[in-house]
Write a protein that binds this ligand. Structure first.
Ligand SMILES: Nc1ncnc2c1ncn2[C@@H]1O[C@H](COP(=O)(O)OP(=O)(O)OP(=O)(O)O)[C@@H](O)[C@H]1O
Ligand SMILES: O=C(O)[C@H](O)COP(=O)(O)O
Length: 393
């Protein structure tokens, strides 16, 4: 990483504004997955141990510039306090006199969590005045919010222009692992791209054709490839505006000598429900009125074999509708292969991470990114504004 790290600066006795990504799933006010909070603990504990005054800021959900009671960070502060084993002060405001008073009261090693930064319009607008207001609270800015680093907002980007700005330990880890995978990959390097829409994965497929040795395609996005090849896909997902593009991908992979794997058989259903009629067919035999919902058993075997014989695997997007049990086996087999291969396995966040969690295989992966959109953009080779704005080494 070419950006300065929090480990390279003196934080003792300093007020440190730390942007974290505490955008965690909530149900009835309860946190259902606290991974993102746990992953920031190394940075928060490091700062506490060094005697910094820690001011944490995060967004939660998309409140669209107004106060939404259910999106207050209060349950997050409580969970963080449990995990740290010490009190975490919580502000009900984002900036202003009451926040300043709470900051002034901080002693070395204390932790304060500000209110959801997206309650203010200036956050997403990357408003200079708000960025300056954040900066005025602290001596140093630490960005540990890898998951929000693709957003150029006041607390992820703007603030970095006003006070010394460095990467936190989670940010550093994400950039190192994903960066190494992309810039110095162990080979054979296999990229697995699934999920629902070709549209969302164009740039990542394109990039992976250039840098990986094997490209494995699964999920709803496969059917656009099949339709482009003149096959019947029934009611399966398809993006008609991307037919030509999928043929270009196949052509490009061939030209570069890359192995490009599409499913050879699929699970089909006559409805999007667990109790629908189901069948397994070769991809040339999808009947009209049915839709593809998972990769079939022959495909699973081939994909597992490619994964087994890889040195690096990067996985982005499920192989089927894994949320519905009878359609989850393709994703499960890929997850199992990733869990057992000797290859270094990286999961690009989002739904693939949720699938690995659901199958209780998450702890057998080498790295699960805390970023969904951010890891996708990073893997597409795009610069992340929240990283670019940090001070160079
Ligand atoms: N064959 C299919 N037909 C319809 N939907 C599918 C199919 N295969 C997968 N899906 C759905 O795709 C959704 C995930 O797609 P999406 O493109 O959002 O992936 P993602 O969240 O970007 O994944 P990741 O973040 O891991 O890259 C899941 O909800 C899954 O049910
Ligand atoms: O969950 C995420 O991917 C990040 O927290 C970013 O959230 P956003 O897509 O609402 O900006």
């Amino acid at each position: 990483m070419n950006k300065k790290s929090v480990r390279e600066i003196d934080v003792a006795g300093k007020k440190v504004f730390v942007r974290v990504d505490f955008n965690v799933p909530l149900e009835n006010g309860k946190i259902t997955d606290d991974t993102r909070i746990r992953e920031t603990l190394p940075t928060v504990k490091y700062l506490i141990e060094k005697g910094a005054k820690v001011i944490l800021a995060s967004h939660l959900g998309r409140p669209k510039a107004q106060v939404v009671e259910e999106l207050r960070l209060t349950p997050v502060a409580a969970r963080l306090s449990e995990l740290l084993g010490k009190p975490v002060a919580k502000s009900d405001e984002v900036v202003g006199a009451s926040v300043q008073a709470q900051v002034d009261a901080l002693k070395d090693g204390d932790v304060l969590l500000l209110e959801n930064v997206r309650f203010l319009a200036g956050e997403e607008a990357n408003d200079v005045e708000l960025a300056k207001a954040f900066a005025s609270l602290a001596d140093i800015y630490v960005n540990d919010a890898f998951g929000a680093a693709h957003r150029a907002h006041a607390s992820t980007e703007g603030i970095a222009h006003h006070i010394p700005a460095v990467a936190g330990l989670l940010m550093e880890k994400e950039l190192d692992v994903l960066g190494n995978a992309l810039n110095n990959p162990k080979r054979p390097f296999t990229a697995i791209v699934g999920g629902s829409k070709v549209k969302d994965k164009i740039d990542v497929i394109n990039k992976m054709i250039e840098i990986a040795d094997n490209i494995i395609i699964g999920g709803g996005l496969s059917y656009t490839f099949f339709k482009a090849q003149g096959k019947e896909i029934g009611l399966s997902l398809c993006d008609d505006s991307k037919l030509e593009l999928t043929l270009e991908f196949l052509e490009k992979a061939k030209k570069l000598g890359k192995n490009f794997y599409l499913p050879i058989d699929v699970v089909i259903a006559d409805d999007f429900k667990a109790d629908a009629n189901k069948d397994i067919v070769d991809i040339d035999h999808i009947p009209v009125g049915w839709e593809g919902v998972d990769i079939g058993p022959k495909t699973r075997e081939i994909y597992a074999d490619v994964i087994k014989n890889s040195q690096l695997v990067v996985w982005n997007g499920p192989m089927g509708v894994f949320e519905i049990e009878p359609f989850s086996y393709g994703t499960l087999e890929v997850a199992k292969a990733c869990a057992t291969t000797e290859a270094y396995t990286v999961i690009g966040g989002g739904d693939s991470a949720a699938a690995a969690e659901k199958f209780k295989l998450a702890d057998q992966m080498d790295h699960i990114s805390t970023g969904g959109g951010a890891s996708l953009e990073f893997m597409e080779g795009k610069a992340l504004p929240g990283v670019v704005a940090l001070n160079d080494k």
